[in-house]
Every structure is written in structure tokens, then in C-alpha cells.
Design a protein. Sequence first.
Length: 345
Amino acid sequence: MLRSILFALLSLTVLIRPAAAAEPTSTHFPRAPLERFAAQVARRDGLNRAHVLWILRQARPQPSIITMMNRPAEQVLKWWQYRRIFLTPQRIDAGAAFWQAHRRALERIGAEQGVNPRYIVAILGVETYYGRLTGSYRVLDALSTLAFDYPQRAHFFAEQLERFLVLAQRDRLDPLSVKGSYAGAMGPMQFMPSSYLRFAVSTGKGPPNLFTNWDDIFASVAHYLSAHGWQYDAPVLARVRIEPGAHFAVDPNSLALDRTVGTLAAEGVELARHEPPETRAVLLLAHRRSGPIYRVGFNNFHALLSYNYSKLYVMAVNALAQAIAHRVHALPATAVAAAGPDRQR
């Protein structure tokens, strides 16, 4: 699942001034590749070729998407810059209020799926500000632009475009009106079409609704994490203390769990919490404004990486989850009662 975050990029206009996008040479995609694609989809998925081609002919190229794909926030920013986007008092307060408004559903679904509610809430907070910023691009336009005009990842986005067409027919969605991020991610949880088809959960009758049904949304986020190995109440990250004379190296290009707590201790990296020596781990380097910091990631770090393969993203989700939980648990009992029953958006 591609996790480049629309809200992050919108928030960066004062920090980053991307190069102006070239004007499109046409308001339509060339017919020949659309015809080939429609024929493939019809053959593989049993969709009507003529109808698929008609849908594709309504797609419009969006050059600005290419610009944003080439400058994702996770690759441009340092941790202190990235953190200040997502760890604001306003977002923490909004997350606590959101949790209170949906507390019963979150706790029930979290227990059923084995996923801590604070992480469900934090993912929604980082992805779309709890459903407030789900994207303004037509998914058809975004995926067509990336499938036909972005050679670096054309295969991936062609697959997502195909899955979107299958999803639209299965769930009776209007493929010309569904909106999402510049990468084609949809709904408050920003699922790509393939993830929607694979991990979406319906908590009632009918197909899953990952646009407005919060129970389905919570259950689907939890199911996604559970399917990627989430362990309930296990840590995501730990702070460390570097011993004097420590000898270690950090590979900035690797996020694999290629160390253990024991080997890190032997290298002079001591965790601020107790974990068994055999626990698999990864040593991470990030940058505060004042200088470098180190963190150790565990199995749940990797589960969150499956949502967005960026250490900054995982660090932001983890920090927001802790901050929201602290705020919720500090609220008086009257605030919990005032939250009332769960509400649908």
C-alpha cells in the first residue's frame, strides 16, 4: 500500500515550493493504451470491455500528481519537520475527541481484532485528520495518470486501476465520482483499491463501506494490521541510551529487523524498556532540530511499515497514538459519559 500523505504535502507549501508542473499536452489519454488496458481487464476480470473503455475515456491527466509523487514528504523532511505536521495540540485534541465519540466501537473492534484502539485512531489521524481530509482528486484520474504517465511505477498503478474498476463494479460505486488522494488512496483510512478488496471488513449487511461507515473503517484498519502481524500490547518503538564507547552502525536504507535486543546491548545500545534479549529489532536514526536521535523498532514497527514504508510515518503514528491515549486517559469521567453513543459520520 502506498502511503504518501496528501495532508502532509498540503501542509508543506510554506516549506517546499515544488517546481511548476508542465501543462498537459492533451486533456485525454491516447486511445490505444486505453483499449489495450480495457481488453486486459475484460479478459482477466470478466468486466465488459466496452464499458471499461468508456470509463477510461472519461479519465483526465493530472500533471500535478507526477510532481507530488516525485517529492513525497517522507523523503524530503527530517523527523523534526515531519513531526510538527502531525504532533500538534489540535490534532491530539481532535484524536481524543474522536476516540471518545467512537469509544465503544473502537474498544469492541480492537478486542476482536487484537489491535490497540489508540493505533487505529492514530492511523486515521495521520492519514486524513480523522476523515476530514480524504483527498480531492478523482481516483480514476489519479490512477490513470500514474498508470499511463508515470513509468517508474506504472505496473503497480495499472494494477491499482484494474482493482479500482473491479471494486467499483462489485460494490456499485460510481467510478467517475469517487475521490481520494493524489496516489489513488480512498476513504478516511486511505486504502488503495487492492487493499480495499483484500482487507475491507463489513460489520453489517452488504459490502464494506470504507467511506462513511466508521465501524467498517475501524474493523478494516484493525484487520489490515492484524493480517500484517500486529501483536496486541507489544511495543512499536523504544528509546535508547548509547553507552560510552559504543560501536554500532545504522544502515539508512534498511528497515529490516536484522538485530536483536541482545546484539544491540553488546554494541552499546541499551533500551529504555525491558525486552527479552532474543527480541528482533531494528536500530533507527532520525533527526531532531538539535541533532540525531536513535530509536529501536520491533515487530509492530514492521506491521505499521506495511501501511506506509517510512520510518517517519511509523514514528508519527506511534507518537500520536501515545499522545492521544495520554489525553484520553487524563479526561475526567464526565467527559467520557458526555461522549455518548457511537456516531456515524
